[in-house]
Write a protein of this length. Sequence first.
Lengths: 218, 218
Amino acid sequence: MNKSEQKRSIYQHFAVVAKALGHEYRWELLELIAQGERSVDSLSQFTELAVATVSQHLQQMRRAGLVCSRKKGRFVYYSLADDRVITLMGGLRDVAERNIAEVRQLVDSFHGDSSTLDAVDAHELLELLSSGSVILLDVRPEQEYASGHLPGALNIPMEELQERLREIPEGQTIVAYCRGPFCALSQEAVELLREQGLEAMRFDSGYPEWKASGLPVQ
Amino acid sequence: MNKSEQKRSIYQHFAVVAKALGHEYRWELLELIAQGERSVDSLSQFTELAVATVSQHLQQMRRAGLVCSRKKGRFVYYSLADDRVITLMGGLRDVAERNIAEVRQLVDSFHGDSSTLDAVDAHELLELLSSGSVILLDVRPEQEYASGHLPGALNIPMEELQERLREIPEGQTIVAYCRGPFCALSQEAVELLREQGLEAMRFDSGYPEWKASGLPVQ
DNA sequence: ATATCATTCAATTATAAGATTGATAGCTCA
DNA sequence: TGAGCTATCAATCTTATAATTGAATGATAT
């Protein structure tokens, strides 16, 4: 095999990785897997896709080095191969948002007019936390919180937030976070909290991005 | 459109960007475009692909926000939309190399046993340059050098290197660079220079990566 | 104006990827 | 051991993407 063929073969393999990110369902699956390892069945339920379909998508991502799997009892648990995958997804998102006007609009309208302004990035959140002036609220399901969360975060799943409002210490601004930039949970939380007259804003990404950027987790 | 549909639509668009990186030909085209803007015709000649094929691939990449085009006379010149695209490609390469054993092997055998050891990264190169102890050699075609190169680099295209050896100042180690990590030129150059008894090594990436990481160019 | 040339478009055929279904493998627990 | 379950495989149909060809566009130069 000469240099030119070798190069083509290498690029072919890179293309395999890119193709693995070339389907919307796989982005949704990755968003969930990034919270912690999950079984095929659980992913199938969450995404409302057929088990066989999910299994095939997962295998394609495994071949591409995006996820890895581990068998435990009757279940196969998939997890991210590497935190670099989160970084890669972020890079892709960045290119899409910056270079395609349509995507910018979609993302803007997803985040809504008001809450975009009040989203804090990791740097700002770190400052707020060190000043001790905010409550950090994790609104993901309990299981996802359990498999890893931001240090000092209080967990109240979005579904239970309405009933458990009194568990939140009063008098401090609340910063809510969830699975990532396109998970609607933290946004819903902010809306609910504001309706209650509380001061609230959302973290502009989520647990996976926090972890991938090397910040400490619990 | 509700949140869930919006999210799916956003992920769909991200998938479009990923798909655009999901073909080996497009990686080859990007490697060339990353050196500076190029016409469809010139890209077609270099890659030995039909003009219409190249045109279609380019359009797909334009839709994905990877490249942009500009008409000048009878020619359409394509260039990178953004240096972030280089970063993105690097991230993809990283995931592929780290998580797929087969790719690691391919990349290793591409770079050859000996020259891998003597490849320097951007950081090392910067140190070498500031110590003034090395000659920096750009072995890309003249036109690519002209549209941008590392500061202080001497340009001798690989094709002419054999005949123009005497233009290289003697007594110093030579660091050769080219289009990027999978361009064979700098490696060929190192082999040729070593056969001549000169001390030579290669830069482990290329001009586009240097530029994308924010380092100065001429 | 018209000939020329680079590029794109449009239509066709070939190839590859996705979804669905039913069957199979492998693990648990009775 | 065998019923019951999870996940994967295999086969099929459907859909999407690629390459090729020839025609069309649009700018340039005579």
